[in-house]
Design a binder for this molecule. Structure first.
Ligand code: ASP
Ligand code: MG
Length: 415
């Protein structure tokens, strides 16, 4: 039987901390069962139990410093198989029919990039068949299969993306993401005590918040936006209302415009500076292409005005990529004919995000003034239409988040 749309499909996703032990798995089973009892055809995606993925990575690193990407992906995919199978058993224990599927069985086809594969398409026949037979379908998150029939993984935190992709492919009503926090906040509530839960937010703002620090996998938000899948983020430990992410646009009146929606941050940023680089065409390409080839992603880039046809270029990377970046650059600096290679660790990025900032002057200067009043030095600045980000010293990060949250009165705005 083909799913005729009479029975509504709902996709749930449970993060690692929501399935970290048998008791929590039983709790999640109950939540899925009650949605099933309410009449939904249920598909649930799960992450690996607790810190399983980190533990597997650690095991691999004890065996080799250079694991083959194919083997590493197959290893990491086992974490989600454990939680998915246990969850199916726990649901059966409640008296409902349930079946777990690996990424391959669920028809999730990806490209060939081990460790950060992207989903090409999902063949939904098997899932639809199971749903139409009345089964609750549990899908192991974070994994798929490439053209060679080998298992790939989607990158850390990738189960969110599995869930939203499935919701899109199955034309589900929405995707509900359950985690250990009860929604998206105006800032990390562990740092900004006055942080408020955002009840409703648009894809665009959420994508910037996710890319620049909030807990969701950014690719899941992008997919939600492209396929118009509403995503609801809430806690698996209580029934408090969470955050709805959809095509919401903030209502604005002339005098009451909410400009900054949230503050995001990232730790573990390193900066590289290359001094006295010859200022000629093709230089940036020659510098960044080898890094791209090594899979190192470069974020903020600043190039100074040249003096005597020599310029300085600085850029930021993830601190974990620093050794590999330095190794690559040391090889090419002689080709580039550049001078000193400097690096700095212990940096962080703090960002303000808000679609209301678009075309409105004054937000950047307000941000810089707030940071200056807190004696926080700004190292680099980047912006998008709806975001301003500053690179600062990591030890000032918590102050910066608190001061910006206060300064932009995020504790007071009601959304
Ligand atoms: N288990 C994977 C990770 O920890 C994927 C996920 O949790 O979404 O990154
Ligand atoms: Mg995880």
């Amino acid at each position: 039987m083909i799913n005729n749309g009479l029975n509504k499909i709902l996709v749930h996703k449970y993060g690692g901390s929501s399935v970290s032990d048998a008791k929590k798995i039983a709790n999640v089973a109950k939540r899925i069962a009650s949605a099933y009892e309410a009449g939904f055809q249920m598909v649930a995606v799960c992450s690996a139990m607790g810190d399983t993925t980190d533990d597997l990575l650690d095991l691999a690193s004890q065996v080799t410093t250079n694991p083959q990407p194919r083997e590493l992906d197959l290893l990491l995919s086992t974490g989600e198989l454990v939680s998915a199978t246990l969850l199916a058993m726990a649901i059966a224990e409640l008296g409902h029919p349930a079946i777990s599927l690996s990424g391959i069985q669920a028809g999730i086809h990806t490209d060939e990039m081990y460790g950060k594969a992207r989903i090409d398409n999902i063949e939904t026949d098997r899932i639809n068949k199971e749903l139409n037979e009345g089964n609750i379908v549990i899908v192991a998150g974070f994994q798929g299969i490439n053209i060679n029939d080998d298992v790939t993984t989607l990158g850390r935190g990738g189960s969110d993306t599995t869930a939203v992709a499935l919701a899109a492919a199955l034309r589900a009503d929405r995707c509900e993401v359950y985690t250990d926090v009860d929604g998206i906040y105006t800032a990390d509530p562990r740092i900004a005590k006055q942080a408020r839960k955002i009840t409703h937010i648009g894809y665009e703002e959420m994508l910037e918040l996710a890319c620049y620090g909030a807990k969701m996998h950014p690719r899941s938000i992008e997919l939600g936006s492209v396929y118009n899948v509403p995503i609801y983020v809430a806690s698996s430990f209580n029934d408090d209302p969470g955050t709805l992410i959809d095509s919401y646009v903030q209502e604005q009146t002339m005098e009451n415009r909410i400009k900054v929606t949230g503050i995001a941050y990232q730790r573990n940023i390193a900066k590289i500076t290359l001094r006295d680089v010859p200022d000629k065409p093709g230089l940036a390409g020659a510098l960044f292409e080898p890094l791209t080839n090594d899979g190192i992603s470069v974020d903020t880039i600043v190039q100074n005005t040249s003096a005597d046809k020599l310029t300085d270029i600085s850029f930021t990377i993830d601190k974990n990529d620093l050794p590999a970046t330095l190794l690559t650059l040391e090889k090419i600096t002689s080709v580039l004919g550049s001078g000193q290679l400097l690096s700095e660790e212990n940096l962080a990025m703090v960002s303000i995000v808000g679609s209301g900032m678009q075309n409105t002057p004054g937000y950047a200067s307000k941000m810089f003034t707030i940071l200056a009043k807190g004696s926080i030095n700004i190292d680099m600045i980047t912006t998008s239409e709806i975001r301003i980000s500053c690179i600062i010293s990591e030890d000032k990060l918590e102050d910066a988040v608190q001061l910006l949250h206060q300064g932009f009165e995020l504790d007071r705005v009601v959304n």
